[in-house]
Ligand binder design. Sequence first.
Ligand SMILES: Cc1ncc(COP(=O)(O)O)c(C=O)c1O
Length: 478
Amino acid sequence: MSQYDEQLKKAFDPEEFRREGRKVVDRLADFLAASTAEKSPRVYPYEKPDDMLESWAGRFGAEPRTGFPDLLPEILARSNNLLHPRFIGHQCTTALPLGALGGFVGQFLNNGSAVYEMGPVNVAMERQIIRWMAGLAGFGPGADGVFTSGGSSGNLTALLAARQAAAEGNIWKGGVGSEPPLAVLVSAQSHYSVRRSVAIMGMGEEAVIPVAVDERFKMTEEGFRQACIEAERRRRRPFVLVANACSTATGTYDDLEKAAAWAKSRGLWLHVDGAHGAGALLSPKYRPLLRGLEKVDSFIWDAHKNMLMPALITAVIFREGVHSYEAFSQKASYLFEKDATEEWYNYAQRTMECTKTMMGMRLFISLAAYGTDFFAGYITAMYDLTREFARRLQATNDFETAVEPESNIICFRYLKKGETDLDGFQRRIRRLLLEQGHFYVVQTELNSRLWLRCTLINPRTTIADLEALMDEIRILTR
Ligand SMILES: Cc1ncc(COP(=O)(O)O)c(C=O)c1O
């Protein structure tokens, strides 16, 4: 037998797979247990990028070198541990282990679910979830949507549809130059993917007109009015208003009732970036934050943020589902048999992807196994915890919060007596925390001041962890 034949036999040998797979799952289970143990490994094992790069050089070649179970401990030890309750930085969530198993099955089957023929089960599961989400938003039976790979892709998809709906001609066909210049009105606190989408769409960053926010980082009516005036000044026709539910930096929800009224008054499409915060629809307690969502034209919802799913899973949902077919009004005749809207099951017509992972399946199996109340409880618990953390910070005389948290994102500063450069001080605190590796927090700039920022997205984080963070900051800066 040639070496190739031997390797091939080994690669697809069911018993080998069973053995190796068991070892991998055992190691992961140990890792999961260790992440909450008293002497847990570092949350953030920082290494310099060049050192990291160098350490992986020359470690594969023409001949087999290392089996996966042998490489796995090193991968685990040197990666960020999002399972750790003290990983409280970005909005990337700790993955529900079951969701990760779903991901594993999805990779194993590798059904590229952009067209029905390639991934029938996933395609159907995605549609069921879209219907459920659209129902939660208060949309009627005409709603429709798709899953796509991430919030950035979701915002782009919705904005493409919004533009096509507003265009006088067919921009897809005639190009951007075939239309009078357009403008996108967007909260000054929007995620950068909105601005980037506009540039990708060929309209230029000039087309982005920020809507000013108030001291709570919510768009204001005056801000909206001024943005319309600015559009006129730039001789651009606004076609869409983009609101946050909630914003990335502070987790603030725009007032969607008001945004819907403003958009209506000017005949604009209203898109809501709910990548992070749409999950609050699940929580009876926090659902009111999304009042007015039923009136918007489109919104996105990331399950890899506030639904504990491994990345990436984004739903893009349209109140009038027919618009979902307008984002990419390009015909790829080798994939599609019929007219667009009749082919709900060939998602590639409506998404960036041609090959798509089985993302809906990961979420579906998790919803089926734990029930939607579990996810509702999770949102409520995390939003409650964030409010409690804010109270603890505000009760001290050496911490301050930027704004009352509305979601599970919170920004705060440590105020040490005698520190004059408070921005530099926060930067230093973060660096010290990273170097030490017991907590992972991030930073953000608000009104030209620097703040430490946490997203409490791991359901195993407790108020004791957050108190420990406050103590750690005090000790590190003594
Ligand atoms: C409000 C908001 N929109 C969009 C995105 C982009 O999502 P993704 O990272 O999945 O592309 C983010 C990411 O943090 C976000 O916070």
